[in-house]
Design a protein around this ligand. Structure first.
Ligand code: RB5
Length: 161
């Protein structure tokens, strides 16, 4: 599921260095813009290549457009994504309309872990008016570090499509 970009550095001091960067997409509406920008910095520090699908300011926009745009992108690119709006609800609903998207709006890291383990969620929804920045980082970490458990959950996930 995870797409990696490989960077190769050659320097006199360190010799050959390979850096693996995982790609992740993100989008938000105006209400989620600030948290999205915060998470972009955090993800880049964590060595992710972040593809930002907008919005690009706090000017009022409609979340369905950005949920659908993110959903179509993650399905096409076979990567994971993060959507942010005021509650995380509207933009997750919109993303979930795209076939192949399993967006989970999470308010704590346990939900994010279980969304990955049991539901193989490929999109994380966050509400900027619900979670603060530190909690959002915890939720994102749990989501990105947890693998799908497969086994009995696989047939249930298949039944969603
Ligand atoms: C925008 O005010 C707000 O409705 C939106 O960000 C989101 O919370 C919708 O679910």
């Amino acid at each position: 599921m995870c797409n990696y970009i490989v960077f190769v550095f050659i320097s006199a001091e360190d010799g050959l260095k390979l850096i693996l960067m995982r790609k992740i997409a993100t989008s938000s509406d105006h209400a989620g813009f600030e948290l999205k920008e915060f998470l972009k910095v955090f993800l880049k520090e964590e060595k992710y290549e972040v593809i930002d699908l907008g919005t690009d300011s706090e000017k009022s926009v409609d979340y369905p457009y950005f949920g659908k745009k993110l959903g179509e992108f993650v399905v096409r690119e076979k990567i994971q994504g993060i959507v942010v709006c005021g509650t995380g609800i509207g933009i997750s609903i919109a993303a979930n309309k795209v076939t192949g998207v399993r967006a989970a709006n999470c308010i704590n890291s346990t939900m994010a872990k279980l969304a990955r383990e049991h539901n193989n969620a490929n999109v994380l929804g966050l509400g900027s008016r619900i979670v603060g920045t530190e909690l959002a980082k915890d939720i994102v970490n749990s989501f990105l570090e947890t693998d799908f458990m497969g086994e009995r959950h696989s047939k249930r996930v298949r039944q969603i499509e």
